[in-house]
Structures are given as structure tokens and as C-alpha cells.
Design a protein around this ligand. Sequence first.
Ligand code: SAH
Length: 216
Amino acid sequence: MTIYDTPVLQGRRLQLVKTIASKGIEDKSVLDAIQTIPRHLFLSKGLEYLAYDDRAISISDNQTISQPYTVAFQTQLLEVRNGDKILEIGTGSGYQAAVLSVIGADVYSVERIENLYNNSTKLLKKLGYKVKIFYGDGYEGVPQYQPFDGILITAAIEIIPDILLNQLKIGGCLVAPVGKAGYGQVMKKITRKSEFDFDTKEYGLFTFVPMLKGKI
Ligand code: SAH
């Protein structure tokens, strides 16, 4: 199957990368991944023309693909090293998972909506990104593949459960937008210093769709 991409779209991606860099993203591996990945293929038919604006866009099932700046910000905060085992919660379109994969992570991603799970699994396979996607409730994590070097939550979560923190390696970190959906959430990075010792740092305000319990 051929992958639709053109020099014009690549040029628009370069502009997007420049925009994101001008907003403070410095991690070259993250910027390179955004330059490489055809974000237009992760959007619903008819909305492709919005792909290289720096904005969140509706996908199916009342969900959104995050704003590219937000994807870059969260990915940069995770400080992924080549080969790191990363768990993403909220696969959605699969775009964030593709970014993690391109920067060299061993990616596990969990999605609670079966339709999105099916679509993103098919798309990432077609585009050649090796990501392991699970249909399930991210509040449980993915216990069979723990521990992870990093956990990235891409939906608004009010309280981070111990179940997730305990799936981190010592020295690993979890990045999540914390707060009620509908209001801004504070981006937090929680590093596991030792078995029972966690260090939390806070970054700016972001807006995400809610992390909900159960799978549908
Ligand atoms: N990372 C996605 C953005 C997704 S929006 C992307 O790059 O496109 C948030 C996603 O989290 C939605 O797809 C939503 O269905 C999913 N989600 C919400 N609660 C969840 C849960 N408990 N477990 C797994 N996924 C969840």
C-alpha cells in the first residue's frame, strides 16, 4: 500500500516544526519525528488540510488528536532514551505513539475505545511503526509488560493511581495532565526516586479530553 505524502506537505511540516521550536521545544529528536511523520494520515477524511496547523483536531468517537506542540512538550519532558520501554495511555489516533516510536522507544499504548484501538492498530501497521497497542482501561496500566522507563498519559486525569506509579522502574518517570477535564490541567512529571519515594514537578497548563474508567 502506498503512503500519500508530497513535498508540499513536507514543507508544511517544516513550518510546523519551526513554529513548535519557536515555542520552546529544543529536543532535536522530537522535532525530527514531527518532521518525519505524516500527521495528515492520522486525521479523519476531509480534515487533512488542518494537519499542519499547530492545533488539536477532532478524530472519531468524540476524541481529539493532541496539538503538535503538546505532543512535543510531553515527549520532551519524558526524556526518552533509545530503547526505553514507554507506556502511553490513550492511543487515540496513534500519532503520539508514532512519535515515541520514531525517537527510538519500545512503545506500548492502551486505548479504551475499541473503534480507536482498531483504527490506530491498522494505521500504525500500514505506516510501518512498531507499536504494541492494547484494548483496555489505562487506569490498570499494562501489568504484563511492566516495569516501564516512562509512562505518558494523554488524557486529563484527576488522581494518578498507585497502580500506574508502581509500573515505573526506579528512576523512571510519568508525565500527565492532572486536573478535571473542562478546566486547564497542570502538566506534571513524577519521577520514581526509589521504591516508595516519588518526586513531582509541575509545568504549564494544558487542555485534554478526560481519562475515563472502563472500556467501550
Ligand atoms: N495520544 C492521542 C490523543 C488522544 S486523546 C493521539 O496522539 O491521538 C485521549 C485518548 O485517551 C482518547 O482516545 C481516549 O479514548 C483515551 N482514553 C481516555 N480514558 C482512557 C483510559 N482509561 N484508558 C485508555 N485510554 C483512555
